[in-house]
Design a protein around this ligand. Sequence first.
Ligand code: R5P
Length: 296
Amino acid sequence: MLLARYTVIGGSTCEDLARKISRKLKAGFVKTELTVFPDGEGKITLSSKLEKNTIVVVQSAPPPVDSNLIQILSLAHKAKEHGIKVIVVIPYMGYARQDREFLPGEIITIKVIAKLLRSSGVSRIFVVDIHSKMALKQFRSGGKNVSAVPDLVKHLKKISMRDPLIVSPDSGGAERARQFARQFGSEFIALQKKRDRKTGRIKIISDGLDTVRDRDLVLVDDMISTGGSIIKATEFLKKQKCRRIFVACTHALLINGAERKIREAGVARIISANTVPGTTAVVDVSDTLAAAIRNA
Ligand code: R5P
């Protein structure tokens, strides 16, 4: 069997992860340089010429989401001009929370992005812990979700905890928490969260929970944006007299001082994956992604 020859292009948002993936695939690595003009337009320059290989574009879509998405489309387009096959890895996929028309008139932008990616000639799109199955469906058969949970669990297992319990901050994340708990070897619960669709304000509406008393908790979520969900859950759980609270999430965007606010609310440690670089991104998902690409 002829082994695929890969070239990995590292987008501006996750160069380190892209480099790690390229090493694992024994692939060539092409760096990108981004220049942003005063009017907000970006110009991407590749560090070297692309060879006629399977080209793997690695670029996340954290804020500024729209401009990062344009970079993904531009890189995919360039890859298609030179490569035999194009694989796009979007470790953090923005717009995945807007997966349906919550209020009349809302546009499902992820549908548009998926269509643009398909029409740019991409054959496979890998995402990590995309927010919902509905969002993933927009990518049709070319889309594949890869889970960072095994890597997060491996990291969390190194921390000594007393009677740990896995907690999802909302019922939507119950399945994720269940998977996490099964691999971690503990029980799980899911809180009930209510979000005002207009103001974005969050409220925890669970009754008092005696199960959390005197236990170390791991709050598990797919992502942290403003930290609102984690802070509300932490305040609620602290009132129920739990011990320490750890947060394990895949994508830590940590907008507007969210990291500080979460710590001030009483979280002992935030652990996230390197799908979005940052101070909490201590869990490397390059092995998991390289394995998924090899099997594509
Ligand atoms: C919501 O359902 C998600 O899983 C996250 O809990 C949420 O999007 C995080 O956003 P924020 O940090 O702004 O509350």
